[in-house]
Design a protein around this ligand. Structure first.
Ligand code: PL3
Ligand code: FE2
Ligand code: FE2
Length: 231
């Protein structure tokens, strides 16, 4: 009944909590850094929309600084090497797509998959966060909806030409997300976040985005299940 209110400040300073936080905090910092870099790279391809994409990149930079201060506030040193390894799969696929100027794939990876993952993580984190981190995360998650919307709008406007590449990019990248979720499950639980809740929130944001872009319910069901069975 009072579950939300009973997390004491003591838990946030326990060694168990701080150990899990050193990885989760690093993941979020690395994710924001990569998001920043990804929007700047996309600005090089979508030159018509350059200003807008640079604006999004700057927001990601502020997010990174915010989460760095959350770690400092708990006297936690983020394990950045762990986080770089965590993102290696999506990072590699984004860089490959960028080199081939496959902007549809770049948008799917960053603006749909990574943003929906961030939205799920931040929404589930907010009710169990310490007061300092909660305020920061509440501000950040509002921006992430704008980023998801950016990808949605672009892909919706180009749906007919983007459809095949979107399906292919979904098939290659969604299984990576399920693996990332499995990898983070234990640490997330220490912070009070359940894997099922993360999956549910992710599927809602990602599925709604695919629907707004123009996919049918049938398409969305098929696309969402890629990789789930084998994760
Ligand atoms: C895009 O703007 C940012 C990308 C960040 C990706 C974050 C993924 C986080 C997955 C880890 C789940 C636990 C999150 C805890 C929240 C502080
Ligand atoms: Fe962000
Ligand atoms: Fe973002």
């Amino acid at each position: 009944m009072q579950e939300l209110a009973v997390r004491s400040e003591f838990e946030y300073t326990s060694e168990t909590y701080k150990d899990a936080y050193s990885r989760i905090n690093a993941i979020v910092i690395e994710g924001e850094q990569e998001a920043h870099d990804n929007y700047l790279q996309m600005a090089e391809i979508l030159t018509n929309d350059k200003e807008n994409l640079i604006r999004l990149a700057k927001m990601e930079n502020r997010h990174r600084l915010g989460f760095q201060s959350c770690g400092k506030n708990l006297s936690v040193t983020p394990d950045m090497q762990y986080a770089q390894d965590f993102f290696a799969g999506l990072h590699g696929n984004f860089q490959k797509a960028f080199a081939e100027e496959k902007i549809v794939t770049c948008l799917l990876i960053q603006s749909l998959i990574i943003e929906a993952f961030a939205i799920a993580a931040y929404n589930i984190y907010i009710p169990v966060a310490d007061n300092f981190a909660r305020k920061i995360t509440e501000g950040v998650v509002k921006d992430e909806y704008l980023h998801l919307n950016y990808g949605e709008e672009w892909l919706k406007a180009n749906f007919e030409t983007a459809k095949t590449e979107l399906e292919e990019a979904n098939r290659e990248n969604l299984p990576i997300v399920w693996r990332m979720l499995n990898q983070v499950e234990k640490d997330a639980k220490v912070l009070g976040m359940e894997k099922e809740a993360l999956i549910e929130d992710f599927m809602i944001s990602y599925g709604e985005a695919l629907s707004n872009i123009g996919f049918t319910t049938r398409d969305i069901m098929r696309m969402s299940s890629y990789g789930l069975a084998h994760s």
